[in-house]
Design a protein around this ligand. Structure first.
Ligand code: ADP
Ligand code: GLC
Length: 485
């Protein structure tokens, strides 16, 4: 059987096999959508020790794929799964990927992340090099795959196999750059000329995301507003210079939502499903979650505010912590699901003790609970300090849970803010506790006017962020690169 794919995605997460956040969700949906649109796409990703293989069988394709880094005879095992018709290749090397977490523990990043992901990038390219025909496009995601475009840039000069292969980087979060000591550059296999301001060097360090930005034929990020924001020092995380240089090759394409997974009319984690025409069932979901989380059943009639996300400053969880005592003076309930910063976790747990029956905090990563909170909450909280796209607010819209969110990044591009006649949610201008609290107050006021509230819920549920539309934008960009898709 001939072995080749027109487009190869390289990414460090793909739902349902692996996920720590939105990157996993995007990889679980975008390539599959492209495949359904007729593009021959495959994905390459690490084989983590904690891979959720579920119903999918993994097949060993190669037990000794030579990688050549960090020592010459080193090899990787390659596995494959058929994910609803999408080939997913897994790079396995126990010492690198068979760990409790993907990137870091509570103590910090794994000390050998640079080595792990250089190995990963090199293995992906070695595996792609075995194809009968080279892919036309290698589409990589975030810093973990950032070196691939750099290798390609130099290798296609000397290896005719790669001559017609283009590269594209999608940035999901500019704050995570994969920044390492310069000595790790020495044996990564790039020529000395890559070390410089227009290459992989960043303030004397080796920066893997910058490698992707500098050497990809095209760079995209996950919303049009974030694509503009990252050209400024406020949001550019130090990379605004190189991004501005590459501005003509930078595009913002909004993510989609996978409504096979995130839709209350067919959600397998809910006690009952509902559509825009039967909100009463949403009330049943709420009643059941209040019970599950030991919250006061009287909250059935009062707004319950939900937060789901990584407990990091990015997500503004500290702003929520800051205003919680004041929120608790209002007649409402709050539910928080997340994990991350240990201090935030501890503060939230302490607050929960003070407000039994009104505030529920669950620390941990629980996919099914995330769905139930989306369905049961009345208002979804997203006070992010920056947000490349944000998927949880898009899911919240579909669940009829109007978001209250900062007006920036992908939040701006997905929420129509009240009092617009087509409003689907609420936004506030700056990530401060006061501004956030004002916006929640406004939302609660409208909540108390049921007819108006129902109209907002209804519009939110009908807003369409399906992947087909976003995938069509990606196809346009692929065509800009001369790829016939
Ligand atoms: P980010 O990628 O910045 O974390 P997104 O909104 O794009 O933010 O995606 C977050 C994804 O991770 C969503 O699918 C969300 O439901 C999920 N998620 C985040 N935290 C948790 C958690 N503690 N438990 C379960 N799912 C979570
Ligand atoms: C990142 C961003 C988030 C985005 C996700 C998927 O994790 O923080 O805003 O939705 O990637 O692109």
């Amino acid at each position: 059987m001939p072995f080749h794919h027109k487009v190869v995605f390289i990414a460090s997460e793909i739902y349902p096999f692996s996920k720590t956040g939105g990157l996993g969700d995007v990889l679980g949906a975008m390539p599959l959508t492209l495949r359904r649109m007729g593009v021959d796409v495959a994905v390459i990703t690490p084989f983590y020790g904690r891979l959720s293989t579920g119903e999918f069988k993994l097949r060993l394709l190669s037990s000794r794929c030579p990688v050549g880094y960090p020592w010459a005879p080193i090899t990787a095992e390659i596995y494959m799964a058929d994910y609803h018709g999408l080939p997913v290749y897994f790079i396995q090397r126990g010492e690198y990927f068979d760990r409790r977490f993907y990137y870091n523990t509570h103590e910090g990043d794994y000390f050998d992340n640079c080595e792990r992901f250089i190995f990963f990038c090199r293995a992906c390219l070695e595996w792609s090099r075995r194809m009968d025909v080279a892919p036309r496009l290698i589409h990589v995601h975030d810093w973990q795959a950032g070196l691939v475009p750099a290798y390609m840039h130099f290798w296609r000069r000397i290896d005719p196999f790669w001559r017609d292969t283009k590269t594209m980087l999608t940035i999901h979060n500019l704050a995570f750059q994969g920044r390492f000591a310069s000595r790790l550059f020495d044996d990564c296999g790039l020529p000395a000329e890559a070390w410089g301001m227009d290459g992989v060097e960043f303030w004397g360090d080796f920066n893997l995301l910058k490698a992707g930005i500098a050497y990809s034929d095209l760079v995209t990020t996950v919303s049009p507003t974030y694509a503009r924001e990252i050209l400024t020092p406020e949001f550019g995380c130090g990379l605004e210079g190189i991004l501005s240089k590459r501005r003509a090759h930078l595009r913002g394409i909004l993510n989609g939502a996978d409504y096979n997974v995130w839709d209350p009319s067919n959600d397998r984690y809910l006690p009952c499903t509902y559509t825009p025409d039967d909100f009463e069932k949403k009330a049943n979901c709420k009643e059941s979650l209040l019970d599950e989380l030991d919250l006061d059943p009287r909250l059935g009639d009062r707004p319950v505010l939900g937060f789901i996300g990584r407990l990091r400053r990015q997500k503004g969880i500290d702003l929520l912590i800051d205003i919680l005592p004041r929120l608790m003076k209002m007649d409402l309930g709050v539910v928080v699901l997340g994990e991350g910063n240990l201090e935030f976790e501890a503060q939230l747990m302490e607050l929960m003790e003070n407000y039994p029956g009104r505030l529920a905090v669950r620390i941990g990563y629980t996919e099914d609970l995330a769905h139930r909170i989306q369905a049961a909450s009345d208002i979804f909280l997203m006070p992010s300090r920056y947000e490349p796209c944000g998927l949880t607010q898009i899911y919240a819209l579909r669940f009829g849970t109007p978001p209250v969110a900062t007006n920036l990044g992908g939040l701006t591009d997905t929420i129509v803010p009240y009092p617009h006649p087509e409003a689907t949610g609420f936004t506030f201008p700056e990530a401060t506790g006061e501004s956030f609290l004002d916006s929640i107050r406004q939302a609660v006021d409208v909540f108390d006017r049921p007819d108006e509230w129902k109209r907002i819920m209804h519009r939110a549920m009908l807003a369409d962020f399906s992947w087909e539309r976003s995938a069509a934008r990606y196809l346009e960009v692929y065509r800009e690169l001369g790829i016939d898709v």
